[in-house]
Design a protein around this ligand. Structure first.
Ligand code: SF4
Length: 552
């Protein structure tokens, strides 16, 4: 058995709702705040006074004692009791819940099972410290009612049994399977990281591809992206807000809860307080050079354990194993390049056929060199016809004679380089969040400072996201030659150009595609998260293969 810390009693509540939820939240520490959990936390903040130990109860000098912290080495649990009331020598244990009690057919109200079990665990903790509870109740905030719970021997025995079961599951170190087509999933806060139907499909447990309409809801899908590109700007924190100041005057304020990411260009200053608050909330701050090169990211620690990373290292060391996701990623990349040319370009059928042949040949690639060869041939064909996707004045104004970089020598290459750089940054963030090492790739060789796995993962998205943003900027006339700075260091976007770029980027990430396996509409931003979570499962041995993203 793995060595485990004491289990917080509130996790018993999770276990009774769903063993997988318990495992994700306690063992893997994957916690996603949704509206329900946020209002539950807010309720507890209101009822929680500074915490007390058992010695405060022994003093017995107050009628109401809030937030009593207790633990038991025998039961292996720990918990914080909301309220212990003493009146007429009777001790009443009270727990606060945000929702409503259960109501039977006759309209009788009773405490929900998992709420009663949590209350029983608190009573057991008190008992072990020599305090007998005379009465116990749950206060349901939604209906503003106290519902009594009779804590008898049978309830205590069941509670002890559930605690044992939960601890055994945690000690096994293997995430329990997801529930199947269960209504609990749709009000579960862990849905975005659990991905119940998707996980069952990836694990080969669902014989048919589930066709359902609810797209997974990754955390931080909505929220502001703050872009700061003035070297004189100062990013600070004031209360629960992130502020951006110029010459000591606050120019914008952003509630932290509503921020999705912060991008800094050049050398604006950021306070330690702001950085710490952002890290606590797992909101990444990305740093770019003034020319738009991605330099790195400040973010909180990844929440996942090491098993996915260990799996990743194992796959990396077995060339046949890492060829599995690599083949699929390159198949999808070539497919998507072909779709881009088919939809937007003017390309002879023969070229599309060649691309289809290269795409299908990826399945037979026997090693990484062969696969890279196919990828290279497809890229040559694609970029040789890229210019046919330029429309109207963009075609007249901008020249493109193939890819060049470091530094880009023309506006289109400048835009493509910037788009690829941002795409790799986005995927670095998602990979890191799910608990993979973004620097150890399956196709791209490890090199100091290179996020090789992010480069692998971005391949299938290059045409659909990065190239699409560039073409949209040019073909809609949202960017012109005046939006670039032409220097001896190459061509780079100026401030106005970068603003236009970010608008187009956000628009693309919010755009939806039909998921090729699950058939629901999903935004590109969500897709990044889902793909990284799928790869995470593959690395942990919970998925037999990796499915890439393609469009038709
Ligand atoms: S989404 Fe469903 S399977 Fe996953 S943790 Fe929640 S209730 Fe359990």
């Amino acid at each position: 058995m793995n060595e485990l810390p004491l289990m917080p009693v509130r996790r018993l509540h999770n276990y009774l709702y769903c063993p997988r939820l318990f495992y994700l939240q306690w063992v893997e520490e994957l916690f996603v705040e949704n509206a329900d959990t946020a209002s539950g936390s807010a309720l507890h903040k209101r009822v929680d006074a500074p915490s007390h130990g058992v010695e405060a109860i022994e003093l017995d000098e107050r009628e109401k004692l809030r937030s009593v912290s207790l633990s038991s080495e025998i039961l292996k649990i720990t918990g914080k009791i909301d309220l212990l009331e003493t009146r007429d020598n009777q001790k009443t244990l009270l727990d606060y819940k945000r929702g409503s009690p259960s109501v039977d057919d006759l309209g009788n109200e009773s405490a929900k099972d998992n709420d009663a079990m949590q209350l029983t665990a608190y009573a057991l903790l008190l008992e072990e410290h020599g305090i007998q509870v005379d009465n116990a109740a749950i206060y349901y905030a939604a209906v503003k009612k106290r519902i009594s719970v009779a804590i008898d021997t049978a309830l205590k025995e069941r509670c002890i049994q559930f605690i044992k079961e939960a601890l055994e599951i945690a000690a096994k170190g293997k995430c329990p399977p997801s529930l199947e087509n269960d209504s609990r999933c749709f009000s579960c806060s862990a849905y975005p990281v659990c991905l119940p139907n998707e996980s069952s499909f990836w694990a080969g447990q669902l014989p048919e591809i589930p066709k359902h309409t609810q797209a997974p809801r990754p955390p931080l899908d909505h929220g502001e992206i703050i872009i700061v590109q003035n070297n004189a700007a100062y990013v600070g924190r004031k209360g629960g807000e992130i502020t951006v100041s110029l010459e000591k005057e606050i120019v914008t304020r952003h509630p932290i809860e509503q921020i999705q990411a912060i991008y800094l260009y050049g050398t604006p200053q950021v306070s330690t307080q702001a950085l710490q608050s952002l890290m606590e909330k797992n909101i990444p701050v990305s740093h770019f050079s003034a020319a738009g090169r991605f330099l790195g990211m400040t973010s909180g620690l990844p929440t996942s354990g090491v098993d996915a990373r260990m799996g990743q290292y194992r796959i990396f060391s077995e060339s046949a194993h890492r060829l599995i996701p690599a083949r699929e990623i390159i198949r999808c990349k070539i497919n998507n390049q072909r779709v881009m040319l088919m939809r937007n370009g003017d390309v002879p059928d023969g070229i599309l056929k060649q691309l289809a042949t290269l795409r299908d040949s990826t399945a037979e690639a026997s090693d990484m060199d062969q696969l890279r060869g196919l990828e290279g041939m497809a890229a040559n064909l694609y970029f040789a016809h890229f210019v046919t996707m330029l429309k109207g004045s963009a075609f007249e104004t901008f020249d493109f004679e193939g890819r060049n970089r470091r530094p880009p020598k023309d506006p289109i290459n400048c835009l493509l380089s910037m788009a690829y750089s941002i795409l790799s940054k986005e995927l670095t963030g998602f990979l890191s969040t799910v608990g993979l090492d973004p620097f150890l790739g399956f196709m791209h060789q490890p090199r100091y400072g290179r996020a090789a796995l992010a480069l692998d993962m971005m391949e299938e998205f290059r045409p659909l996201v990065a190239d699409s943003v560039v073409l949209s900027l040019l073909n809609r006339g949202e960017i012109t030659k005046t939006d670039f700075a032409y220097t001896s260091q190459g061509v780079m976007l100026n401030d106005a150009g970068r603003r236009a770029f970010w608008n187009a980027w956000a628009r693309r990430l919010d755009a939806e595609l039909t998921h090729p396996q699950f058939d629901y509409k999903i935004s590109y931003r969500r897709t990044f998260d889902v793909q990284c979570r799928q790869l995470w499962r593959f690395c942990r041995g919970e998925a037999a293969r990796y499915y890439g993203i393609t469009t038709r």
